[in-house]
Every structure is written in C-alpha cells, then in structure tokens.
Design a protein around this ligand. Structure first.
Ligand SMILES: CC(=O)[C@@H](O)[C@H](O)COP(=O)(O)O
Ligand SMILES: NCC(=O)COP(=O)(O)O
Length: 240
C-alpha cells in the first residue's frame, strides 16, 4: 500500500505570516497523524520562510510516524539530520533561492558528492532518498550512488495530466520499472493532488510513498470553508 506523508511546510508559511504560533506546527503534525497520515514531511529552506530548523527539532520529539526531512544537503542540513535522525532524508538539489523545488538531481554529474552524503546518512541509520526526474540515466545514476530510494519529481506529470494523462505518466512508468529492477524503493511527490493522485497510484502499483503538501493544505482550507463559516455565524448568534 502506498503511504501518505503530509508535507506541513505551508502550515508554517501561514504561521510565519503573522508571527505568533497559530497554527502550531507541532499540533498540526500530531493531528495529521491522528487523522491517518502515515508520515510527516518537512523541507526546511535556508531562509526559513516556512518550516524553521528549530521546528524540525521540536517535531522530531513528537512525530511517531515516518519523519521525512527534505532539503539540499549543505552543512546545516546535514547537521540537522544527524541531530534529529529522521526515518528518511530526501535530498533535493535546490538552490537556496528557489520558490519551490524545480528539478531532480543530475546523478551522473553529482555522483561523488551524492555517494559521500548518502554514506554519511547510512552511518547514522537514516534511509536516503534522492529526488530525480523520470529519466533512465538519472535513475541508473541514483542506484550507483547507493541511495535506498528515489523520489520521482512529479511536477511534469501533474502539469500534463489534464491534457493527456497517458503521455504524462509514460516516462514515470519507465523510470519506476527501472527503479524496481535496480532494487530501489520508490517515492513520488510534487504537485500531486486529488485529481492526479489515483491515476499515478493505479499506474505505478509498487509506489512506496507519496509526500503531498501544497494541494492538500489548499484543499483542507477550501473543504473546511463551509463548516467554519457556520461556526463563526453561530458565535454571532445567527443560529440561536
Ligand atoms: C521536494 C519537493 O518536491 C517538494 O517537497 C518541495 O519540498 C516543496 O517545498 P516547498 O514547500 O518549499 O514548496
Ligand atoms: N516531496 C514533495 C512534497 O513534499 C510536497 O510537494 P507539494 O505537494 O507541496 O508540491
């Protein structure tokens, strides 16, 4: 069964917009778990515009499902994961100033670097996953650097899904088959949502995990809207 890891970055974006601690990301993580999430994902970025490094430390004390920390493996990231020892570290090749993740690793060019980082993670007992585009050469390169899993970067799939879902999934099927043959675990993420998720899952039956943040949190706000307006109207005495 494919596991759902909820990326809680955007809750932190909302908190940071006002200062203070609403919403409380620790409570959010615990509630996500209570409501069935099988993992919690965070992606601290150097500018700490959403999840902060200290949040990650506090979350690590309470998360009981799979804790997954994404990020570019610079010194600060490596220090953090070594301290926190999450179940999984997902390495993403983001430059510090990107709005969101926008590419997978070039596993060929970065072979030596990735090998070193992954061996450091393994020494700490942390499962390594690396973010890759659905490109055969990059998946082969991922196997060579010793990662336990890859995470397929699904932005292109999500973008193509509505116009031609068969074409959009095609490179992912090939990459997933190759990953399976190379004994790599398989995760997927980025821009997955209520429309495109089930077709991905039906098509790639041995998907270990998806991590979903942006759309899930937008949906939580939107699907909660009717209920919350009623609750506020009740406070104003409209239903007495
Ligand atoms: C690795 C990936 O595809 C996304 O997790 C990304 O981590 C989301 O990060 P932002 O929340 O900063 O957009
Ligand atoms: N690894 C993908 C992730 O954690 C969430 O990506 P998104 O759903 O916010 O695009």
């Amino acid at each position: 069964m494919t596991r759902l890891s909820v990326n809680i970055n955007k809750f932190a974006t909302l908190r940071n917009a006002r200062g203070g601690n609403n919403p409380d990301v620790v409570k959010v993580a615990l509630d996500c778990e209570r409501f069935g999430a099988q993992g919690i994902t965070v992606h601290p970025r150097p500018d700490e515009r959403h999840i902060r490094y200290n949040d990650v430390i506090e979350l690590s004390k309470v998360v009981t499902t799979e804790f997954n920390i994404e990020g570019y493996p610079d010194e600060r990231y490596m220090e953090l994961v070594k301290k926190v020892k999450p179940a999984q570290a997902t390495l993403v090749p983001d430059a510090p100033d990107v709005i969101t993740s926008n590419a997978g690793w070039d596993t060929v060019k970065n072979e030596t670097f990735l090998k070193e980082i992954i061996s450091e993670l393994k020494k700490e007992g942390i499962r390594a996953s690396i973010f890759v585009d659905p490109v055969q050469k990059m998946v082969e390169g991922a196997a060579k650097v010793g990662t336990d899993r890859i995470e397929l970067y699904t932005e292109a799939y999500a973008r193509g899904y509505h116009s031609n879902k068969e074409a959009a999934i095609a490179p992912y099927l090939k990459a997933a088959d190759l990953a399976k043959n190379l004994n790599l675990g398989l995760n997927a993420g980025h821009d997955l949502d209520l429309d495109n998720l089930s077709y991905l899952k039906e098509s790639i039956t041995y998907l270990d995990e998806v991590s979903i943040g942006h759309a899930l949190i937008c949906d939580a706000i939107y699907y909660g809207l009717e209920n919350i307006i009623q609750l506020y109207l009740r406070q104003l005495g409209h239903y007495r």
